[in-house]
Design a protein around this ligand. Structure first.
Ligand code: 5GP
Length: 352
């Protein structure tokens, strides 16, 4: 047994110090990024925010809203759309605005192969980006899966995760991932830290993993734990290239979930993808050998996501003006974090 004594930080533990700036207004800030992918040879140009591949968030409706919004945000589609629905969506919209998500089950790879052989893929309107997503990205089996997917899809951009430490980021990039997804336990409907005692404070994970990835010309995506626009700014300030959002984008018209009325107010159900609710819905129940690591919550209905997006993007632009970053790319170089807590007291993410 070992104890690591160094301080590890969460979003709540810091603020960004304002800096002298020549920027007159938020309007002068460009929050899109142009990013090149190490293995696929592809590139990204847009606001690097990704809707999480969760029920109620990673939906076709969300992708259509982002397409209409025109800022270049993308959606990781949840894994549970049938193949026909997916090919139909890609045929109509193309693949630039979405990530095709898969786990590492046999069925997932068969479904991906079937898509790769489809007419839509051959027509050039198919998958451009894949998100390989597992709760624990530390297994050898996962690394092998990333390697096999890279061989099967040499020109497709691959994001893979989740991990929280530099050495595993390096291993996944060397296995063929263009982007490594970072975060274990910070999610708004995640109970991993409570159920297993495992996790890593998210801001420190971002800072350490970004450093490891950038050293190999790879990228990272901070996944989980952002509850307000300021957290997204801190994630970029810490060096993250992309930020993935679940809870902040849940509860909107684009959720494809039923809105229920209770006491004159409207609500929606939002749940983790490893919760009892998700496992019952998609797998017919929780397997005997595993416990649920997600929870189900009732959240207020929030209308059209476009309105929430304005707030989110406005917050990030404003953060850039406070530190004099004319472009989002400059935010991390111009960020100095001030510690505002004396001890880590956020072990259970957003619940404490
Ligand atoms: P949020 O933005 O809501 O804080 O976090 C979203 C992230 O939480 C997702 O992208 C995913 O990585 C993670 N997540 C989603 N569902 C579950 C779950 O049931 N259990 C765990 N451990 N993490 C989850």
């Amino acid at each position: 047994m070992r104890i690591e004594e160094g301080t590890k930080l969460d979003f709540k533990d810091v603020l960004i110090r304002p800096k002298r700036s020549t920027l007159a207004s938020r309007k002068d800030v460009d929050i899109s990024r142009e990013l090149l992918f190490k293995w696929s040879g592809g590139s990204f140009n847009g606001v690097p925010i990704i809707a999480a591949n969760m029920d109620g968030v990673g939906t076709f409706a969300m992708a259509e809203a982002f397409e209409k919004d025109g800022n270049g945000l993308t959606v990781a589609l949840h894994k549970h759309y049938p193949l026909d629905d997916l090919t139909g969506f890609f045929e109509k919209h193309g693949g630039s605005g979405v990530w095709y998500s898969i786990g590492i089950a046999d069925g997932d790879q068969e479904k991906l192969k079937a898509f790769m052989d489809s007419d839509v893929q051959k027509s050039g309107k198919g998958i451009e980006k894949i998100c390989i997503d597992v709760a624990n990205g530390y297994s050898e089996q996962f690394v092998d899966f990333v390697k096999r997917t890279r061989e099967l899809c040499p020109q497709i951009t691959i994001m893979a995760g989740n991990v929280v430490t530099g050495e595993m980021v390096e291993e996944l990039i060397l296995a063929g991932a263009d982007i490594v997804k970072v975060g274990i336990g910070p999610g708004s409907v995640c109970t991993t830290r409570k159920m297993t005692g495992v996790g890593y404070p998210q801001l420190s994970a971002i800072i350490e993993c970004a450093d490891a990835a950038h050293g190999l010309s790879g990228l990272i995506c901070a996944d989980g734990g952002c509850t307000v626009p300021g957290d997204i700014a801190k994630a970029y300030g810490g060096g993250s290239d992309f930020v993935m959002l679940g809870g902040m984008l849940a509860g909107h018209d684009q959720s494809e979930q039923k809105v229920v009325k209770d006491g004159g107010q409207k609500f929606l159900q939002f749940y983790g993808m490893s919760s009892d609710t998700a496992m019952k819905k998609h797998k017919g129940g929780v397997a005997e050998y595993r416990a649920s690591e997600g929870k189900t919550v009732k959240i207020p209905y929030r209308g059209d996501v476009t309105d929430s997006l304005q707030d989110i993007l406005g917050g990030i632009r404003s953060a850039c003006t406070y530190v004099g970053a004319r472009r989002l790319k400059e935010l991390s170089k111009r960020t100095t974090f001030i510690r505002v807590t004396q001890q880590i007291n956020t072990i259970f993410g957003n619940e404490s």
